[in-house]
Design a protein around this ligand. Structure first.
Ligand code: C2E
Ligand code: MG
Ligand code: MG
Ligand code: MG
Length: 285
């Protein structure tokens, strides 16, 4: 069923890419409606700390339940939204939803996780980013200290002085910064050595082949060594198999995320986990 759905989505969007303007406009409007009518919602994928074997953070991932087309993957509509600039509004929708969610957990007395959100380059580079985050979180620095911004490596091709300034400003709010999909772009660790970031996330394409492909093993090892030299924590994403986890542990990887440990969870499931004080042990290893 999932495969058929993916295929259907794929056709829909593939045709859209070369579709006449009015159809693209149609999708633009549908995304607007999705934001207004709560067709968007968030799921939470726990990230596990390999020291404590517990999850104290999660990545927030956007989901779109379309009334006719069903579930549409962000891998499909985010690129469209990025091309059209609409992603700025989507990012704002996500930020607001996360602020509300954190406040609600705080009020319920749940132990609060770090929440990592994916921020598109255009949203990260806005000149008023710091003020914007303050406003969205009503100046609540307690809540802001639970926020992590994931930037894709692609952002780093921009002017580094500008990026440095943005990173410094958000960190003054207590917000953490991670570089996502590391290894896929043009940047290198030397490029980020002056950036006061907190984490790098090694792209899942490297993790996929980490056991079977010795070159991949070496690359991940090298990234890990250099990152630790720069005092950055390393997150491996897309961990699906025990042997990958085993190897990552041996290499001294700090944090892991992937289907082996947990799929992205709907809010209620994730809350159940929070109520157990995040005491989810890795039953593997
Ligand atoms: P990403 O930030 O690299 O997110 C990781 C993706 O890998 C997610 O896909 C997640 O569900 C998937 N994943 C997690 N564990 C595994 C695993 O073990 N194996 C495999 N094969 N995949 C795994 P998802 O949710 O479809 O998101 C795709 C991309 O869409 C994200 O990549 C991110 O770039 C973008 N995205 C998602 N949510 C948002 C959002 O709220 N705002 C923005 N701007 N972009 C978003
Ligand atoms: Mg991400
Ligand atoms: Mg990623
Ligand atoms: Mg990705």
């Amino acid at each position: 069923r999932a495969a058929r759905r993916a295929e259907r989505d794929w056709y829909w969007f593939n045709n859209l890419a070369s579709a006449p303007v009015d159809q693209r406009l149609g999708l633009w409007r549908e995304i607007q409606v999705a934001m207004e009518e709560d067709q968007f919602y968030l799921v939470f994928q726990p990230v596990f700390d390999l020291q404590s074997n517990q999850a104290n953070s999660a990545e927030v991932l956007l989901r779109w339940r379309h009334p006719e087309k069903g579930l549409i993957s962000p891998a499909v509509f985010i690129p469209f939204a990025e091309q059209t600039g609409l992603v700025k509004r989507i990012d704002q929708w996500v930020l607001e939803a996360v602020a509300r969610q954190l406040r609600s957990w705080q009020e319920q007395g749940l132990s609060m996780p770090l929440l990592a959100i994916n921020l598109s380059g255009i949203s990260f580079l806005r000149a008023d980013l710091e003020q914007h985050l303050r406003t969205t979180f009503h100046g609540d620095t307690g809540l802001l200290s639970h926020l992590v911004l994931e930037l894709t490596e692609g952002v780093l091709i921009e002017d580094m002085d500008r990026i440095q300034l943005q990173v410094e400003q958000v960190r003054q709010l207590g917000v953490k910064v991670a570089i996502d999909d590391f290894g896929t772009g043009y940047s290198s660790l030397s490029r980020i050595r002056n950036l006061p970031i907190d984490h790098i996330k090694i792209d899942q394409s490297f993790i996929e082949d980490i056991v079977s492909n010795p070159q991949c093993t070496k690359i991940v090892e090298a990234i890990m060594l250099m990152a630790h030299g720069l005092r950055l924590q390393v997150i491996a994403e897309g961990v699906e198999h025990e042997d990958q986890l085993h190897l990552l542990r041996q290499m001294g990887c700090d944090l892991v995320q992937g289907y082996l440990l947990s799929h992205p969870l709907e809010r209620r499931e994730f809350e159940t986990m929070l109520q157990q004080d995040l005491e989810i042990d890795l039953e593997i290893d």
